[in-house]
Design a protein around this ligand. Structure first.
Ligand SMILES: Cc1ncc(COP(=O)(O)O)c(C=O)c1O
Length: 394
């Protein structure tokens, strides 16, 4: 008889040969429980998605309440649906005037696709500049601007006119010209292990974009809502984008994304042609209800104020001779070890010992830590002890 693992591996399309195959029974707070009743402390939060942890009552109640009223009723943008417009309104109240109009989509990649299209529509230019080692999603447009050739080679031809600069390299900024429609950047670059902006890189990019009439897109798909201790990462760096892409953590575990810009720019999607971007399920009312509940809770609680302290607890309890560096900021951290083999051992052995860690796309010598923002200090210490014990052993 086929086991669940056999069926999973054969009938559910796979992304790589060695998935952990943790078989989930339930999840609550900072823990996931498998079908054998074993509990795992979750330092990953579905890769920065479960902002308030698992099965948070505020999120579950919002979902249930909305389901009782209505679920999908119409394609995006036709009917007035309260979870959508209330979320758009609350976002506008917490963003600068320049970012007061939100287009809801289904995922991070689609938010990026929408942002790229909007930039082309606004500027009537074709060139998009992204960074080496960037990740913006897996669809064709997003893949075209991914800063890693290995991931792209098999899928060429991709979009033309896509070029890269080097993150944090002020010299490379001159590549941005009056042919460039948009520059897209992650506030904390994820794929190579959470590189934060240095040398006033973001400010300098902003200045160059102002000079060349280029739109600046911030991909905050992994840093939103609240992961750096502010609702959006750009608030910490005091640089405003023209278009903001969000997803992952904004849904508190539900699938939703958005690209956000000014009313004037966003309105261009309604003519020449009309229906400039359309989606059936974008801004699904049930997912918007979850996102709205998450946003309200973050705004009305102390959670974001505690992020810096929690980062400090991680940094204090992850001091070990085999740890070369901890990168990142807030609750988006990367632990750099001596080599790839050790990183793999730590991630695999942690799972055995009841702690969930995970890898990065482009660096093999670091593991990621992106727990629910609601994780307690005791839970952080407990997880760090598990990591330290493993490092002591190897
Ligand atoms: C910075 C960034 N942009 C875009 C994406 C794509 O989001 P999604 O997987 O929802 O399409 C991700 C996902 O990991 C991401 O980290």
């Amino acid at each position: 008889m086929s086991t669940s693992k056999d069926i999973f591996k054969k009938h559910q399309a796979q992304t790589f040969p060695f998935p952990s195959c943790l078989e989930v029974a339930s999840a609550k707070g900072s823990y996931i429980t498998d079908v054998n009743g074993k509990q795992y402390l979750d330092f990953i939060a579905g890769v920065s998605a479960n902002t308030l942890g698992h099965s948070h009552p505020i999120i579950n109640n919002a979902l249930k309440e909305q389901l009782e009223k209505y679920s999908h009723v119409m394609v995006y943008g036709e009917y007035i649906q309260s979870p959508q417009y209330k979320l758009a309104h609350l976002l506008s109240e917490n963003l600068p005037e320049k970012l007061n109009t939100t287009y809801f989509v289904n995922s991070g990649a689609e938010a990026v696709e929408g942002a790229m299209k909007l930039a082309k529509r606004v500027t009537r230019r074709a060139e998009i500049i992204s960074c080496k080692d960037s990740y913006h999603g897996s669809t064709h447009g997003a893949l075209s601007i991914m800063g890693n050739e290995e991931q792209k080679a098999s899928y060429r031809p991709l979009l033309p006119n896509c070029h890269t600069i080097t993150y944090n390299s002020v010299e490379s900024i001159n590549k941005i010209s009056n042919k460039t429609a948009a520059v897209i950047l992650e506030i904390v670059q994820g794929g190579t292990g959470f590189i934060t902006p240095k040398n006033n890189f973001l400010q300098k990019i902003r200045e160059r974009c102002n000079k060349t009439g280029t739109l600046l897109i911030f991909d905050e798909i992994q840093t939103c809502f609240g992961r750096l201790g502010t609702l959006f990462g750009f608030e910490k760096y005091d640089v405003l984008p023209d278009i903001l892409c969000i997803a992952k953590g904004m849904g508190a575990g539900m699938p939703i994304g958005a690209f956000i810009s000014s009313y004037e720019l966003m309105n261009l999607l309604t003519f020449e042609p009309s229906l400039g971007h359309i989606t059936t399920f974008g801004g699904h009312p049930v997912n918007c209800a979850a996102s709205l509940a998450c946003l309200q809770h973050l705004l009305n609680s102390e959670i974001m104020k505690e992020i810096e302290k929690k980062e400090e607890v991680f940094r204090t309890h992850l001091t070990h001779p085999k740890i070369k560096e901890i990168r990142g900021e807030g609750l988006i951290l990367s632990v750099e070890l001596e080599d790839e083999g050790l990183t793999k051992k730590v991630v695999e052995q942690s799972l055995q010992n009841g702690l969930i860690l995970f890898y990065f796309l482009f660096t093999k010598t670091s593991f990621r830590i992106t727990p629910p923002l609601t994780i307690s200090e005791d839970e952080i210490i407990k997880g760090c002890q598990i990591i330290t014990e493993i490092l002591n052993k190897y």
